[in-house]
Design a protein around this ligand. Structure first.
Ligand SMILES: Nc1nc2c(ncn2[C@@H]2O[C@H](COP(=O)(O)OP(=O)(O)OP(=O)(O)O)[C@@H](O)[C@H]2O)c(=O)[nH]1
Ligand SMILES: [Mg+2]
Length: 313
């Protein structure tokens, strides 16, 4: 059997208090895995995160300035692939996940049952999560499910595993976060996504990512909107266009009936004008959908090229 390499990547931004504990708790011997390496991606921390990480047996990649978790995650995936990873696990630097669960997390990939495994906190055990975050996570997960069709129970978890194939197919564009976008891309590429229950511990210190729930919702909403437009443009535009079209049609029936009966449009002139505007508008939106669909095809070709280029590296 081919020896398999696992890279556990840890994006970190000002996590000097916990980074070493996380690194040390990563199991270094895992059945069916021949080598385990730890990769810390330091996102321009202004504290001693990188220095402390380097006191351990790890590879450290550093951003010269803070670039955001989405950008840092993508850099981590690329670095892990370059290290020859067959499986990549992402875990947070704030010691909220239990690294002892890594063998369970990668099992579905080793068994050939999944390309991506999410450690679901809502199926597992949550030691502490404030109510507004709990609701926010529930709502964002519902939205990701609706847009992607993937039946996830925790779309925002940072405890996840990727097969090499899934990592090669993933290209995160949002700089802010990777959590929702990776699931949308997995759905678009027909990757198999599964979940295992995960334990979520209480965070020591403040969240580095979520300054306000509003900012987070704004980013997540934008990601979902872009995802819908990127991967299912015709469906979205057809839906919007059809609304205008049908409104125009409904309004036009009366005008047409009157015209057929009397040969006159004049009593219904405002309705006639509005009908024309609505139908033209709806039609234009549908045409925009067709153009967007062609751009989507182009995107698919680009993604395939990127995949081939990355596979060859
Ligand atoms: N690279 C990078 N990582 C970040 C940034 N902000 C947060 N992180 C890391 O991303 C992980 C998740 O961030 P957290 O602040 O714990 O966010 P969270 O877990 O969603 O929220 P909490 O429940 O409050 O902890 C941690 O490992 C952080 O160090 C950032 O700007 N850049
Ligand atoms: Mg956290």
């Amino acid at each position: 059997m081919k020896p398999l390499k696992l890279v556990v990547m840890i994006p970190a931004y000002n996590e000097e208090e916990t980074i070493e504990k996380v690194i040390r708790s990563v199991p270094r011997r895992i059945p069916r895995i021949s080598s385990v390496e730890v990769l810390v991606i330091d996102d321009g921390s202004t504290d001693a995160t990188a220095e402390r990480a380097l006191r351990n047996r790890v590879t450290v990649v550093r951003n010269t300035r803070n670039r955001g978790l989405g950008a840092t995650f993508q850099r981590g995936l690329d670095a892990a692939l370059a290290m020859g990873a067959d499986i990549i696990v992402n875990t947070d630097a704030d010691d909220q996940y239990d690294q002892a669960q890594i063998p369970d997390l990668i099992a579905p990939i080793l068994d050939g049952r999944a390309d991506i495994v999410l450690g679901s906190r809502f199926r597992g055990h949550i030691e502490h999560m404030p109510l507004r975050k709990r609701l926010g996570n529930r709502f964002a997960t519902f939205a990701v499910r609706a847009v992607s069709g993937v039946p996830v129970s925790d779309a925002q978890t940072g405890f996840r595993a990727f097969s090499r194939e899934a990592a090669l197919r993933t290209q995160v564009q949002s700089t802010y976060t990777y959590t929702q976008e990776t699931i949308l891309q997995a759905a678009a590429h027909h990757l198999a996504v599964t979940e295992i229950p995960a334990t979520f511990k209480k965070r020591a210190g403040e969240s580095r990512l979520i300054s306000s729930l509003f900012t987070y919702a704004k980013h997540a909403g934008l990601t979902l909107l872009k995802g819908s437009l990127n991967y299912r443009p015709l469906k979205v535009f057809l839906f919007i266009g059809a609304i205008f079209f049908l409104l125009g049609f409904a309004l036009g029936v009366r005008v047409l009936a009157h015209y057929l009966a009397t040969g006159l449009v004049t009593p219904y002139l405002p309705s006639a004008i509005l009908t024309a505007i609505l139908i033209i508008f709806g039609f234009q939106i549908i045409v925009i959908g067709l153009i967007a669909e062609m751009i989507k095809q182009q995107r698919a070709v680009n993604e395939e090229n990127l995949y081939i280029a990355k596979s060859r590296r």
